[in-house]
Design a protein around this ligand. Structure first.
Ligand SMILES: Nc1ncnc2c1ncn2[C@@H]1O[C@H](COP(=O)(O)OP(=O)(O)OP(=O)(O)O)[C@@H](O)[C@H]1O
Ligand SMILES: [Mg+2]
Length: 459
């Protein structure tokens, strides 16, 4: 599609010349010789770019610019001004003009300005479509479930949507949908058009986390060559999602308190406070209150965050959602993987209902993804939908509130099996980092590696 450019200028000769030059560049061009004609065309044709002369026979160019600036979609205006009239051009930029060019000018110079203007338009269009796509993807109905717990959460989200709460804490076990909830809150709130910036506090080292959050001034430390904006500044007007906040170090928590209380912060090496308008959504699968009682999380930060607490319920407490979620994920992966699964055997549905889903919805999603990919034909083959522990003779492990709970069958209390279970879980908890896992289990890394080898987890 060729972009439409409108020229508003009473100099007929200049109009003809520009029409010719710009059509050769592949643009569609229309001209108007008065302000009135120009605004009418602008309203009717929605040109992408308007080249506006500031001195028109029937109107002042700045007035026309005011009118044009209120149109939707918003055209990009380039002012053409007589030599020596820079002050007016500057006022025009303040009103919302994109750029200006002094007459007489070389057409090539104008072409460059137009090209830049159009790239900016394209960028904006892409951003807009990205947000509307996200808005569609994260509508209230993307939180699947008909249980009371889910209905209540959706009801709460709908209420929060237009009240713009500044701080929200989302808690719940791993895989219960905390990340999804954060996105739904953002994309359905008044900040939807503004950025949502996510930061996983557990995934990056403390020192890096500080510069990610606050940014730095050049020279703040040896590697800081240029100024860097932190995510508090980048997210201005929007939402910052601090995932796994329970894993944030105590030093940084102290600094976070100030931002949450005052919405101001200082760059590393900076000398002035920067004020921002942000919503903070924090999520964690830890019990922050319990962490606070052990001095692992700041009590005051916990109270600051805990203004509105959204609790994502574990799947085992809302089994009535299992069939609905199962069907939803089957449909989803059918379309993702170009499969055509239409039947889920009754015994499998039964097994799904009886299972305790320690990994919650993520586990259900992954189980179905695997089953859809591996099953041939139109039905899910239960062989490909194995659940971790379905028989009563297995050791069961559950995590809750910072504890591991082991359920060991009396007829098979094999120490090796129990040990294996714990080692696997500890590895999972530490993202398979051997050093951290060994520390957690109070053994040396060599002993851990020896046991992993015995379990067939290492060559
Ligand atoms: N109610 C739901 N309806 C549909 N999909 C869901 C629902 N809840 C969670 N999911 C999906 O399950 C997966 C896991 O959810 P999510 O990543 O939000 O969990 P989480 O609580 O953030 O987990 P973690 O603590 O491990 O980060 C995602 O793919 C998410 O889209
Ligand atoms: Mg998450």
């Amino acid at each position: 599609m060729s972009e439409l450019i409108l020229i508003v200028d009473d100099e007929k000769f200049l109009c003809r010349q520009l029409e010719k030059a710009l059509s050769q560049e592949g643009y569609s061009v229309i001209s108007a010789s008065t302000g009135k004609e120009g605004t009418e065309i602008a309203k009717k044709e929605s040109p992408a770019v308007i080249l506006l002369d500031l001195k028109l026979p029937d109107a002042d160019g700045l007035e026309i610019l005011q009118i044009i600036s209120t149109l939707e979609p918003h055209p990009t205006t380039i002012i053409m001004t007589a030599h020596g009239n820079i002050e007016v051009a500057v006022s025009a930029i303040k009103i919302g003009a994109y750029d200006f060019i002094e007459k007489p000018f070389h057409v090539d110079k104008l072409k460059v300005i137009i090209r830049n203007a159009i790239s900016a338009i394209e960028l904006r269009r892409n951003l807009n479509t990205a947000t509307s796509r996200e808005q569609e993807k994260y509508g209230f109905n993307s939180l699947i479930g008909k249980s009371e717990a889910i209905k209540e959460i959706i009801y709460l989200f709908q209420k929060l949507a237009d009240t713009d709460p500044k701080t929200i804490l989302i808690t719940g076990e791993s895989g219960t949908g905390k990340g999804l909830a954060a996105r739904i809150l953002h994309y359905n709130g008044v900040r939807a058009e503004k950025p949502l910036i996510e930061l996983n506090c557990a995934a990056i080292p403390e020192t890096l986390l500080e510069s990610e959050l606050f940014g730095y001034e050049p020279g703040a430390f040896t590697d800081a060559k240029k100024m860097k904006k932190g995510i508090f500044e980048l997210a201005d007007g929007g939402t910052i999602f601090l995932d796994e906040i329970g894993d944030m170090g105590l030093g940084l928590q102290a600094k976070l308190i100030k931002v949450i209380e005052e919405r101001t912060f200082r760059k590393i090496g900076g000398t002035r406070d920067i004020k921002v308008d942000i919503r903070v959504i924090a999520a964690t699968n830890h019990d922050l209150k319990e962490l606070a009682s052990k001095n692992l999380f700041r009590e005051d930060l916990y109270h600051r965050l805990n203004v509105i607490n959204v609790k994502m319920p574990p799947l085992k407490e809302r089994k009535e959602d299992v069939p609905l979620l199962t069907d939803y994920f089957v449909t989803y992966f059918n379309s993702e993987a170009h499969r055509d699964i239409t039947y889920i055997p009754e015994e499998l549905r039964e097994a799904f209902l009886n299972y305790h889903w320690p990994g919650n919805i993520r586990e259900l999603r992954n189980t179905i993804e695997r089953a859809v990919l591996l099953s041939e034909g139109k039905q899910i083959n239960p062989r490909h939908a194995q659940l971790e522990e379905t028989t009563g003779t297995e050791i069961k492990l559950e995590k809750s509130e910072g504890r591991m709970i082991l359920e060991i069958p009396l007829d098979d209390a094999s120490l090796t099996k129990i040990e294996e279970k714990i080692i696997r879980e500890a590895l999972d908890l530490n993202d398979w980092n051997q050093k951290k896992t060994a520390e957690m289990l109070g053994i040396t890394r060599e002993v851990l590696r020896y046991r992993m080898k015995k379990m067939g987890l290492l060559d």
